[in-house]
Design a binder for this molecule. Sequence first.
Ligand code: 0A1
Ligand code: ZN
Length: 860
Amino acid sequence: MSGEPTRNSRRLADYRKPGFLIPQIELTFELAADATRVTALMQVKRQQPTVPLVLDGQQLELQYIAINNIELRADQYQLTSEQLIISDAPAEFSLQITTTINPAANTALEGLYLADNVFCTQCEAEGFRRIMFFPDRPDILSVYTTHIIADQQQYPYLLANGNNISTEKLANGKSRVSWHDPFAKPCYLFALVAGNFDCLSDSFTTASGRKVSLQLFVEPGQQSKGQFAIAALKRAMRWDESRYNLEYDLDVYMVVAVDFFNMGAMENKGLNVFNSKYVLADDSIATDKDYFNIESIIGHEYFHNWTGNRVTCRDWFQLSLKEGLTVFRDQEFSADMGSATLNRIDAVKLIRTAQFAEDSGPMAHPIRPEQVLEMNNFYTVTVYDKGAEVIRMLQTILGQSGFNRGLACYLQRHDGQAVTCDDFISAMEDANEVNLQQFRLWYSQAGTPTVAIHQRYDSDNATLHLSISQRHTATVGQPDKQALLIPLQVQLLSSDRKVNQQHLIMLSQLTEQFTFADIASEPVVVWENFSAPVKLQQDYKLPQLLLIAKHASNGFARWDAMQVFWSDLIRQKAEQPTLSLTLPDDLIKLMRQWLQQPLSDKALTAELLSLPDFDTLAEQYQHIPVEAILCGLQSIKQQLADVLAAEWQQCYQATTSGPYHYNENEVGARALRNRCLNYLALVPQGSQLVQQHYSDSDNMTDTLAALTSAQQAKLASFGELATDFSHKWQNNVQVTDKYFSLMACDPTDEVFTHLTALSQHSLFSWKNPNRVRALFGAFSMRNPQQFHRADGKGYSCLAQVVARMDPINPQVAARLITPLLAWQRFNDQRRDHMLAELKQLAATSNLSNDLYEKISKSLP
Ligand code: 0A1
Ligand code: ZN
């Protein structure tokens, strides 16, 4: 069953209700590395007259098929490379199918795979069809019973969804373990794991007093590295109860950490599978960011139990129904666990870089896409993170209690169903008695709106007039757009502080006027919290930006004002490359103040003192001026380092650090101290300080801060420090990933030598997505100097990696190729190099659907 893959896109408009339902299924897995036998016994019920029963199936060997215990003859069904079709299926019957599959050969990590001696499944989005013949679509909900038979010594733990119902020892050293999940679920939530693990056990008593057993499975010997994840899980469970009144529903919640995984984690009912990167942590190997990610992803998967599992998606076009909502929920959780301001800043950075870039590129799609070739290509920042922004706007519009009412109505109304984004909005409308018709456009319209605010202050009448317009540019397949409902949360703030008011302005027209009376003196309009995923234009100059940066009540807005200032300055350089950039005294004065007296939120102080990164700036141009951005950033950074050298030093010394603890205050202090270090590396005394920082460090955050500061400042000591680091951690695969990423960010030509050498490192494997992403993902996403070299060497390096990865793991290959798709945004020379690489890839035989879809959309 091989040959060229089929290239049939599906459309949302073509959705049809299922022809048959499968309310119950009993599965038996006889696990063996290269020939696992899967027997499925399904209860099938016809829903539509005359239609054939169509089951999906890929890379399966059919062994046996019977209806009501009578084996079918070969002429009673049709088998293609992707489907099994039974034309004359009765109205209600039992269907038995046995297939064999080869988990050891499955390097795509979709379906059932064997890696590192662990059998593991990944079924979302359409991986179940690689396990057995089944209508692989999320609107078929079944109650699953799963039996697993395997060698007891090699695979002491045999896990599946739901509650354990029996464990038996068989003859010949095997065991048979059975599971039953009472909640009907779509097949993408099915999971099976078999392997040898250390198990951390804990328990959680729900608000209504039910005791839930919590089990975390990690690679033998790694038990102590699972404590943080378990504690985070308990915090998430408590938070969902107190914020949304949502309790866990099974007797056991299991999490398994595996090193081979395509994404971050997966919310399989009662049996989450996690990339070990987002579970394993202790104070010596995890950075503050790692701890943050673990808590947020543990939360995310747990929150899916209601938003995704109990109420799921009717079809994959509705993916944002569960993902946008669940990202929003995990963001709110993280905001409550740490610095809300920092969380908001980080979320906005992601939108302004990756999401805005996606919106302006060939893969632009609305948060509810309308046409898909390979579903795996739509697990995007648009569906996830812009999706979360859309949910956040609903909360802004309805207020937190109105939003919570709407969510409760949605979950109650649709419990146990597979529904649509429209159903979600209807629940919000009904619970709040509002009409959200115009708001629904956020689901169907792609692209980033630009909102421009023009203000006129009438001092005679003490009145502020705002003229606000929204502009929409065409995106692929969507030339015409309509006005959106956009909530703008603002503060009016005057320099004499006589005016200080909050307003929620609702935009609904392309151009609108708003008038505010009794405004005693001319204010600035401060945009708070990035209340909508738009680009905002206001023409503020330095004095207004400084007023906001100093005095706005919203931390996000203060940071944003600084970002606007730096962006404007770099733009001057881009427009006039010979210009030497000078920094205004008032700005230096303000930065000096922050360094001498940091705000109580030190993490925010660190952000206020940071320049925007390359990607944020690049996104602000239709044609990206690579050199101007890189040189501009470097020149500003050096000037800041020099002019404020004494203050960086003073703040560095004053921001003390005791033994490592992960908590909000100390995370903030480390961020600020390491920001100072990063500038200090650029001044003469810096080298010594960086080395000291490295040798004094008792944690990974400080260690990596020393290493990256040395690397970016091109300090002579960098090589020695990096070698020391790699030796120290040579037996730890997770820290070695950090070492790979570090070396991939070398801003000098040397990086290509590192990439070649490290791809032959004993811990590197092309089959492991974490390794490949650590090395080549870091190179293409975090090393703009070398990746965007004008001679195209960076592009050709990435294209070779993509070509090599596609036959091994198409999902990973398709994610890696993203930066090359944006060729239109670069100058002729870079554009030619990128296009040449894309064309060469396009000509490869047996290109996966994943890559084909992206490349064909991008090529002219
Ligand atoms: N639903 C998971 C993400 C996920 C998606 C696809 C996967 O394989 C193709 C794996 C995981 C989440 O949102 O966490
Ligand atoms: Zn999710």
